[in-house]
Write a protein of this length. Structure first.
Length: 367
């Protein structure tokens, strides 16, 4: 077995003398990180994916994990790109490695230095980590007129659809994305009991399967039925959902049902996300062809945020509506019109004029 020349060994720390010693210690660090992630409440799937990324990175190195450098991370991420992995995949792996090395520095830095003389460095930095702002295309949504036209034509075509019920269901789902900015998974996982008309002035949807952060599982939130969503939900539950069968009276039945009965549960199954996506694409192809291939549920989520912001809603309120942890994330969803600054300036002048009887922000000859 190859001997490993490692310095240190002071105190009670074990001295790493062989390649097997190094491998065992690496495994211990990775296992302890997995335990820490589990203690933090991260999901099993997230932990498995993170472990796989760390092991993949370790196999790309010529030395142990604690000796990894910026150059090692650069080569690893370049290889990921050469292999054809998507930008989001590369960003996810870089982020997983960054968090792992934060753990190593916080918990093992002193021990590793005593055993080996090595000072662990963070190999992922702002230069080689794919940032969220550069994950490819910016989802600038369509205009109000385009979205209004799409949904007006879509709604008008429902009575003539070959299958009325799924046509109405798919329209209802897309309208939730448009008006409340729900994610497609959040809408698919809604049950009838999640509509709470008794809460607030307009009623609220209990989104029980909101997207959690860093794999921590669902993050529930209450979404007020603003932006006309209250009337939309009333139409769906009063006129359409009962036609799917008697399960409409079951509070645990899905809000968005499939046409197939779940024999085990005795109620309608749950509509599939891929079906809703296909219908959205087909409707866009028909009624808004300029956006064919570019429209998605997430684009409508961006549209919701941008339209509400343009209508005067506070950014913090939009953050809570969308279920974002960070306000900076919400800011990335806001895409204002090109004349936004001019309109804001004009509105500010109008407010001052109403208050003081004169314009105060500018005047002739003022620069």
């Amino acid at each position: 077995m190859r001997l490993v020349a490692l310095r240190g060994g002071a105190g009670d720390d074990e001295v790493l003398r062989t390649a097997q010693d190094v491998e065992d210690f690496e495994q211990e660090i990775v296992d302890e990180y997995a335990i820490a992630m589990a203690a933090a409440g991260l999901s099993d799937g997230y932990i498995r994916t993170t472990r796989a990324t760390i092991i993949e990175f370790a196999r790309s190195l010529t030395g142990p994990l604690w000796e990894a450098s910026f150059a090692d991370a650069d080569r690893f991420l370049v290889e990921q790109r050469r292999m054809g992995h998507a930008v989001s995949t590369r960003a996810g792996k870089a982020g997983a490695l960054a968090l792992f090395y934060e753990f190593v520095v916080a918990r093992y830095q002193g021990q590793i230095h005593r055993m080996t003389g090595v000072v662990v460095e963070q190999p992922i930095d702002e230069f080689n980590r794919q940032s969220g702002a550069s994950l490819g295309k910016v989802r600038v949504p369509p205009s109000d007129a385009e979205v209004d036209g799409l949904f007006a034509s879509w709604r008008g075509s429902i009575p003539e659809a070959r299958k009325y019920l799924p046509a109405a269901r798919d329209y209802f789902a897309a309208a939730l994305w448009r008006r409340l900015g729900l994610r497609i998974t959040e809408s698919v996982m809604l049950d009838i009991r999640d509509w709470r008309p008794d809460l607030g002035g307009l009623g609220k949807l209990h989104v029980r399967f909101g997207k959690g952060s860093r794999g921590r599982g669902p993050k529930p939130r209450l979404v007020p039925a603003i932006n006309g969503a209250d009337r939309l939900i009333d139409w769906w539950l009063a006129e359409v959902r009962p036609q799917y069968g008697a399960d409409w009276a079951d509070p645990d039945a899905p809000m968005l049902p499939s046409e197939r009965l779940d024999q085990q549960l005795g109620r309608c199954g749950r509509a599939r996300a891929d079906v809703l996506r296909r219908t959205l694409n087909s409707q866009v192809d028909q009624w808004l062809p300029a956006w064919s291939g570019r429209m998605s549920p997430h684009v409508l989520r961006h549209y919701c945020a941008s339209s509400l912001y343009g209508a005067g809603m506070d950014l913090k309120a939009i953050q809570e509506l969308l279920g974002h942890l960070w306000l900076a994330t919400t800011s990335g969803y806001i895409h204002v019109r090109s004349d936004h600054i001019e309109r804001a300036w004009g509105q500010a002048n109008e407010r001052l004029e109403d208050r003081f009887g004169q314009r105060r922000l500018s005047g002739p000859g003022t620069y």
